[in-house]
Design a protein around this ligand. Sequence first.
Ligand code: ME8
Length: 512
Amino acid sequence: MTARFYVTTPIYYVNGAPHIGHAYTSIAADVLARFHRLSGHDVFFLTGTDEHGQKVEQAAQTAGVEPKAFVDTISANFRDMADSMAISYDDFIRTTEPRHIKSAQALWEKVAESGAIYLGAYEGWYALRDECFYGEDELVSDAQGNKVAPTGAPVEWVKEPSYFFKLSDYQDKLLALYEAHPEFLGPTGARREIISFVKQGLRDLSVSRTSFKWGIPVPGDEAHVMYVWFDALANYLSALDYPNTDAPKAAFWPASLHLVGKDIARFHAVYWPAFLMAAGIEVPKKIFANGWWTVEGQKMSKSLGNVVDPRDLVKEFGLDAVRFFLLREVPFGGDSDLSRKSLIMRNNVELANDLGNLCQRTLSLVARNCGGIVPERRTLTDEDSQILGQVALLPSLMATQMERCALTDALEDVWKVIRAGNAYIDHQAPWALKKTDPERMNDVLRVLLDVLRGIATVLQPFMPHSMERMLTQLGVTDSERSFAALETLLPAGRELPAPQGIFPRYVEEQTA
Ligand code: ME8
């Protein structure tokens, strides 16, 4: 049976425009989806928008627009961002769609049937910005001495009738889950934080609101709308046509991976498995929290005016340079800073020099000295075998890194081979062999073409557009671009197109 891989991004709030932080998680999920597709797995990749709740309702009011019209526009903007970043999603779910509303209500009913939901009254702190309830003991003081959420979000005292989910019943079950499946939650920092949060004791969770209307009605009690996080988390099942277990997509559950930002690890690693356990549904296999991006050393904020639209960066640097930078700059899971200087540096050193030049040098020698025809693979020297051996190991090496969501380490593995490729070409100096030993020159160039093919194949998930161009230049046809296809040598004698640079160097315009 073909292995299945179901990966999700968070569904983003439509209270503002998409920025580089949203693009980041989506790109990472996209790399994983593409990697699994190239591995021959059956992939379902879900993204979308989270469109209910008080925060979105207020944003619509501020804009002076009806909530539905407001969310339609912003959701379309998120979809455009995903398309511009080449996010290869299989489905884009919106929580205002009837298919989602139906599923979320079915999930609510299932949880309620188990006796895990009861009616009460909520009285306590709520942070609208986080759409999160906080206990008194969790609050901290801000610089002005006001009580705020640990995230810095302002809190307000809320008092209203509410349905509660018996989260307190799930403390031991959740701790047992984390213990039995250490791979359930990563990276280590997020895991440690969540375990300590759960160990401190879980209070029952308010899962409905009555003070506003922009949400999914609670089945059987329409005075209440579902707490936006109950509604939102259900998206991962509604996209699979829950509760229809005969639906073809149902086989994708349990999800292989929910990729999220560290800000929402708690909702995914505590509330979500608890809701699922109550409903008698398997929990996802893995939750991984990415770190946080700042911009030129500062938190992105509308008031600072430093919110970066990823599409602007793409216009300036090209899509793949941006995708590469985001995943290369910091070990995936850690925090990082987006600075123009480091983006330009990575582009010029690692893409233009290391990879671009290796490809360009090889292809122009083949064009010039071999009439642009792929030479034959013949007897290999030890050095040839060594570099080809390194390339052959890449798919399995990277698969291990992908399993741990170590996207940056996977790139580092490839760059080790690229550096080895540069050392190989310098040492073999095929340009000098033309006069002294043209047969050996052909052999060296053939090895280099095979090395480049391996590298370009495994880099496709990270830089789909430029690797497509590189593979075309290397004479690799569409059906020869999967990991399995690497087992078969390209036939000699193929004619290669005229070489063209793949990664231009970025030259910053001088300002006087
Ligand atoms: O939380 N650095 O939506 P949201 C890195 N609707 N990642 C960032 C980031 C940054 N500076 N800013 C945002 C929600 N992100 C809910 C999710 S899921 C059932 C519901 C990414 O629009 C990161 O993945 O606030 C974070 O978790 C997500 O965007 C939050 O998006």
